[in-house]
Design a binder for this molecule. Structure first.
Ligand code: SF4
Ligand code: SF4
Length: 394
């Protein structure tokens, strides 16, 4: 069928499909168009997509070419398998080829596996993580990650959250998780060894040690401890840097401001966790346009730092050990977790820490150790009252 609109000749190909099926023909055609674009619900022409194509950059010494933004795998735990698969496919359709998840994110790996089913494996860069200390558990986690994701290898496998000297010593001990990781690289199950952490001194040490090809560390305009030393060091040593919590774990709701700040750093890959296609589309559009940080933005950031700073926990755990055994950073991070995890998962993960927090004796030992001078006992109390409200409501 040919239609003339002004000077434009439009050719429509109408397949001979009877109108008597469940859905009308126009609806099925739009579905096929969206599938072909790889973007469910996106109304863009292929030329527009080419124009707005996502830039890829070299991910340090791995030589992997990755999109300037990745998809984080936490929030998809909250949505259905079908929605998660559509989100993953739609994200990849926007030119985002890097997806990061973890063994501990409940069914996240499985949902991502469903989303990437049938795609060319070498078009994708998949990252996951294991919290294991020992080799045996590490191997179990890795095999399960491979099975859930439905892949033969994982590009970047991270030792999850090496946040303390004890954990660092455990993973590097004979028979530790690092041994498992190096063997997995030799066996071809993992391409590049990596780690994640919230501790700046440990991250600096591990980036320097030469055993890892990539690091994941929190980074956003409030949580900017990596800016001065860690990001430049990783760049100098050609280690890939994944910016964890680029939107502050859901607490920073101005994606434009967040990404204008992050885009100043050309060697990092932010991995925002999202649960809606519109959210990742907004981010992809910002990243593609690559806007500069303005003077107004800088003033806004200063204002927000002053506002959030007194209550923003950086999860560094310098305040530990608490004599009462309170997991301070977990309790102070409860609001962010609540936004990202399903209510059941959130309750099971944080419930015991919340109960324990009720035993705080306000001794102040933690306050004297916190480099950010947080009023920890007061913040524990606030988070506890918020938790009690949530539990009653739920
Ligand atoms: S309370 Fe302070 S020391 Fe403890 S984890 Fe948070 S920022 Fe770090
Ligand atoms: S003030 Fe509370 S949280 Fe801090 S060290 Fe003392 S008991 Fe632990």
């Amino acid at each position: 069928m040919c239609l003339h609109y002004g000077q434009t000749l439009i050719i429509l190909y109408l397949p001979k499909v009877p109108e008597t099926e469940d859905r009308p023909l126009w609806r099925r055609m739009r579905f096929f168009k969206c599938r072909a674009l790889g973007e469910y619900g996106m109304r863009r022409s292929p030329s527009e997509l080419r124009e707005k194509s996502m830039q890829k950059i070299r991910f340090g010494k791995t030589e992997l070419m990755v999109s300037k933004v990745a998809l984080g795998g936490i929030p998809i735990m909250r949505i259905s398998k079908t929605d998660a698969a559509e989100l993953v496919r739609g994200t990849i359709g926007m030119g985002i080829n890097f997806i990061d998840t973890a063994h501990v994110y409940s069914d996240s790996e499985e949902k991502i596996g469903e989303g990437i089913k049938g795609m060319r494996r070498d078009d994708l860069v998949i990252a996951s993580k294991s919290p294991a200390d020992d080799k045996k558990t590490f191997n179990e986690h890795l095999d399960l990650s491979l099975k859930r994701l439905g892949v033969d290898y994982i590009d970047i496998y991270q030792l999850h959250n090496i946040g303390s000297e004890q954990r660092r010593d455990a993973v590097f001990a004979p028979g530790g998780a690092y041994e498992g990781l190096t063997e997995a690289v030799k066996a071809g199950k993992v391409r590049f060894p990596a780690f994640s952490s919230h501790s700046l001194p440990i991250s600096l040490e591990l980036v320097k040690c030469g055993r890892f090809d990539a690091v994941q560390f929190p980074f956003n305009y409030i949580d900017n401890a990596a800016e001065a030393e860690l990001i430049p060091l990783a760049k100098k040593l050609d280690i890939g840097f994944i910016a964890m919590k680029p939107l502050g774990g859901g607490l920073l709701d101005n994606a434009g401001l967040s990404f204008r700040y992050l885009l100043q750093f050309n060697s990092i890959i932010p991995d925002p966790g999202v649960e809606k296609i519109g959210e990742i589309r907004e981010i992809a559009d910002i990243v593609t346009k690559n806007p500069a940080l303005t003077e107004n933005d800088k003033r806004e950031i200063e204002k927000l730092r002053a506002e959030f700073g007194p209550s923003w926990c950086h999860r560094c755990d310098y305040c530990q050990p608490c004599p009462q055994g309170i997991a301070i950073s977990s309790v102070l991070g409860a609001r962010s977790m609540m936004r990202r995890f399903s209510p059941e998962r959130f309750r099971s993960m944080i419930g015991p820490a919340m109960e324990k927090a009720k035993t705080c004796r306000t001794c102040g030992v933690c306050v004297s150790r916190c480099p950010y001078h947080l009023e920890i006992p007061r913040l524990l109390k606030e988070n506890l009252s918020n938790w009690d409200g949530q539990t009653k409501a739920g």
